[in-house]
Design a protein around this ligand. Structure first.
Ligand code: ZN
Ligand code: MN
Length: 476
């Protein structure tokens, strides 16, 4: 990309996590319901049915705007976007065009080690369409999804590489999940993306002719499609050809983008104000109250973990990637009082065990309190590390109290000096050659003897104490 620079903009549709649909009281879309069972005259688009606004959807969209620093106009309104397609039998989609709920805002991304601010143009509210499945000789329509609340977040074309586009989507997804705005499960289509891309010669300002890739819903697909599309545009221009503004489709199997149709323009949709819905009127007090409900965002939490718990940046990043993990860490750290030890256990044993079982932290049997108690036993040298790991595994699989498990399994660390003296003497008597080596100055020989003591105590000796006792005996 030496001669050319790319501009990438995204239109991200996000399925909001609400109980009911956008304009009726049918349950909001979930996978797995039998087709066309979660429907009513409103979301089927029957003539004469009247929409009623979902307050919770409005609140979640405004919360998103507040998170990214949008301005929230006190008045916004709905419009009809007219088009003819079987997924929308009333022949228009209720959306917002003239006066969206959130204006402006931005999301900071980190890509290739640098921080970049991606501006957001606006966020508007709309309804989802039905789902069409095309078969060999027919098509099937499922209206369960029809009328599900969506928000559409439209960025400025501020990204210049596929990596930056993915970094933006990752940061956005993380925020939405944190704040409970959306489950943002890409596989289930909770986040669907239209990607606009154009290139222009380096050093010029005017954006080039753009193409739009429709309905992308995997990060990997978006990355591949963008990489392909940027190269296609570059090759076309360098071969002396010209580009047309058009909508293209990504064929994942073939790894190419294909022209679908020349790009439609806003005026093709004959937008006009929705007469069946009143404007959305918000007031400052309500917005202030909603602002208070915002959770601490990942970036702020990371900074606080570094500051308050003295954690390395790496630990803070791992622990805050998921809100439930961060909450778990905090609960355990406050109880145990050894934040770095807690961080090591959570990032090490806990995430490993969860990964092995394919479980989420909500399913783990070990409570933050139990982990804190386990760490306290290690810190007090009541048990040694191998024993602690054994106890951890039992807590993880069955739950329970660490102290009780330690007693039941006889894992108490041997710190009793009488027993330790015996083990040390047995170890030395069994390996006279090693004893000689040590006395001749071979320091490593000590570790062998400590290992023997650990074996004799069946793993329960305090290794530091074993080393001390051995060293004392060997030097007499
Ligand atoms: Zn309905
Ligand atoms: Mn849309």
């Amino acid at each position: 990309m030496s001669k050319w620079m790319a501009s990438i903009g995204l239109e991200v549709h996000v399925q909001l996590k609400t109980r009911t649909k956008m304009f009726c009281s049918c349950p909001a879309h979930r996978e797995g319901e039998p087709p066309n069972t979660q429907v009513c005259p409103v979301c089927l688009g029957l003539p004469g049915a009247l929409p009623v606004m979902n307050r919770e959807a409005i609140r979640k969209t405004v919360l998103t705007g507040l998170m990214i620093g949008s301005k929230i106009p006190l008045r916004s309104s709905f419009d009809r976007k007219n088009y003819f397609y079987p997924d929308m039998p009333k022949n228009y989609q209720i959306t917002q065009q003239a006066a969206p709920l959130c204006m402006g805002g931005s999301v900071d991304i980190q890509s290739a080690g640098t921080l970049k601010t991606i501006r957001v143009n606006h966020i508007h509210q709309e309804e989802d369409a039905a789902k069409i499945t095309h078969l060999a000789n027919s098509s099937e329509i499922d209206f369960n999804r029809s009328g599900t609340p969506l928000m559409e977040l439209v960025t400025e074309p501020d990204m210049s590489t596929p990596d930056e586009a993915i970094a933006f989507l990752t940061a956005l997804r993380e925020m939405l999940v944190y704040a409970g705005i959306s489950d943002a499960d890409l596989e289930l289509g909770h986040m669907r993306c239209d990607v606009n891309t154009s290139i222009r010669p380096v050093g010029t300002d005017k954006l080039g002719v753009k193409s739009e890739l429709k309905n992308m819903n995997t990060f990997r697909g978006i990355h591949r499609a963008l990489t392909y599309e940027l190269k296609r545009q570059m090759d076309t221009l360098e071969a002396g050809g010209s580009l047309v503004q058009e909508t293209r489709r990504w064929d994942d199997a073939a790894g190419v983008t294909l022209s679908m149709r020349s790009k439609e323009y806003a005026h093709d949709y004959r937008y006009f104000p929705e007469p069946d819905l009143p404007p959305v009127i918000l007031d400052e007090a309500m917005i202030a109250r909603w602002r208070c409900e915002l959770p601490e965002l990942p970036a702020a939490k990371r900074a606080r973990f570094i500051q308050d718990y003295g954690l390395p940046e790496y630990d803070a990043g791992v622990l805050t990637a998921e809100r439930a993990i961060a909450d778990y860490f905090e609960a355990a750290a406050q109880k145990a009082g050894h934040p770095k030890a807690v961080s090591n256990w959570v990032m090490g044993e806990l995430l490993r065990a969860l990964g092995e079982k394919g479980q989420s932290i909500a399913e783990a049997r070990i409570t933050p309190d139990a982990l804190a108690a386990l760490i306290a036993l290690v810190e007090k040298k009541t048990i040694n590390m191998p024993a602690a790991k054994e106890v951890f595994q039992i807590l993880f699989e069955q739950g329970g109290e660490p102290e009780a498990i330690v007693k039941e399994k006889g894992l108490l660390q041997v710190s009793d000096s009488g027993a330790m003296e015996d083990f040390a003497e047995q170890a030395m008597a069994a390996s006279p050659k090693v004893v000689e080596d040590f006395r001749a100055g071979k320091e490593a020989a000590l570790m062998f003897l400590v290992g023997q003591v650990m074996k004799l105590s069946r793993g329960k000796a305090n290794p530091q104490m074993a080393a001390d006792v051995l060293r004392r005996k060997l030097s007499t």
